[in-house]
Design a protein around this ligand. Structure first.
Ligand SMILES: Nc1ncnc2c1ncn2[C@@H]1O[C@H](COP(=O)(O)OP(=O)(O)OP(=O)(O)O)[C@@H](O)[C@H]1O
Ligand SMILES: [Mg+2]
Length: 245
C-alpha cells in the first residue's frame, strides 16, 4: 500500500507548551483516516503542519511524498483543506465561490467550468448553484466547502470537523459523500468529535494532550480494549491517559 501521509516524531511547541508531541503515523492511499481527540488535543495543529501552513518545531513529515520542511508549495498543490472555520464568501453564490477558489488554485477558465459541473454533481448541489451562499443551510455550505477543497482534484483531503453543527441527517449524508470521495481513490483525513462517525472510518487515531495514544481500525480497537463502541474506547483511553499523567 502506498503511503499518503507519513510523520515521524512530529512536534510543535508554542513557547513552552507542546501542542503536538512526537507524533508518528502512516496514512495510506485511499484511506478514510478518522482523527479523534478532546478540545485542545492538537488535531488542528497537526493538520496545519501537514498542510504546510505551520512549521513543525521538530520531527519529520511527508505528504504526497513531499517534505513539510522544504516542499510546502508542492504539498499545497496536492492537498485539499476544509478548515474548521471553513471560509466561504457569504455574499457570493455557490457557483461564484467555486469560480473564486478555482482562480486561487490557478485553474484555467475551461478547467474551472469542467470541475464545477463535476463537483456540483458530486456534492449534490446543482439546484443551488445560483443561490447566495448566506442563504444555504449549514449542511449545504459544508458540501460547498468540500467542493471547494476538491476543485483542483487533489489526491489527499484534510477535513477539520466538517460535520460540526449540522443535524444527524445532514451528517449522515455528508459521510456518504466522504465515502464517495474515497471511492475516487482519494485519501481523507477527517477530524470529528462524533464517535458514531469514528465507526465509519477505515482507521482512527486518538490524540490526547498532543500525543497519539492509539491508532487502528475501529473493530480492532474495540477488541483490544474489550469495548462495544468507539465511544467507550475513547472514554477508557482518555481516563487511563489522565491517570498516567
Ligand atoms: N498559535 C498558537 N499559539 C499558542 N497556542 C496555540 C496556538 N495554536 C494552538 N494552540 C494551542 O495548542 C493546543 C492544541 O490546539 P488545537 O487547535 O490543535 O486543538 P484541537 O485538537 O484542534 O482542538 P478542537 O477539538 O477544540 O478543535 C491548544 O491548547 C491551543 O490553545
Ligand atoms: Mg481543532
Amino acid at each position: 500500500m502506498n503511503i499518503s501521509v507519513q510523520t515521524r516524531n512530529l512536534t510543535r511547541r508554542f513557547g513552552r507548551f507542546t501542542a503536538v508531541d512526537r507524533v508518528t503515523l502512516d496514512v495510506y492511499e485511499g484511506e478514510i483516516f478518522g482523527f479523534l481527540g478532546a478540545n485542545g488535543a492538537g488535531k488542528t495543529t497537526l493538520i496545519r503542519m501537514l498542510t504546510g501552513l505551520l512549521k513543525p518545531t521538530e520531527g519529520e513529515a511527508q505528504v504526497a511524498g513531499f517534505d513539510v520542511w522544504g516542499q510546502s508549495e508542492a504539498i499545497k498543490r496536492r492537498i485539499g483543506y476544509m478548515s474548521q472555520r471553513f471560509s466561504l464568501y457569504e455574499d457570493l453564490t455557490a457557483e461564484e465561490n467555486l469560480t473564486f477558489y478555482g482562480g486561487i488554485y490557478g485553474l484555467r477558465r475551461d478547467q474551472i467550468e469542467q470541475r464545477k459541473a463535476i463537483l456540483f454533481e458530486h456534492v449534490g448541489l446543482q439546484p443551488f448553484a445560483g443561490q447566495m451562499t448566506r442563504d444555504l443551510p449549514l449542511g449545504f455550505k459544508q458540501r460547498l466547502a468540500l467542493a471547494c477543497a476538491l476543485l483542483h482534484d487533489p489526491p489527499i483531503v484534510f477535513l477539520d470537523e466538517p460535520t460540526s453543527g449540522v443535524d444527524p441527517k445532514a451528517r449522515r449524508s455528508f459521510w456518504n459523500l466522504i465515502y464517495q470521495t474515497a471511492q475516487l481513490g482519494k485519501t481523507l483525513f477527517v477530524t470529528t468529535h462524533f464517535m458514531d462517525e469514528a465507526e465509519y472510518c477505515h482507521r482512527v487515531g486518538i490524540m490526547h494532550m498532543g500525543r497519539m495514544i492509539a491508532v487502528g481500525p475501529p473493530g480492532q480497537l474495540k477488541r483490544q480494549y474489550d469495548k462495544s463502541t468507539m465511544q467507550e474506547v475513547f472514554i477508557a483511553l482518555h481516563q487511563s491517559s489522565e491517570e498516567a499523567a
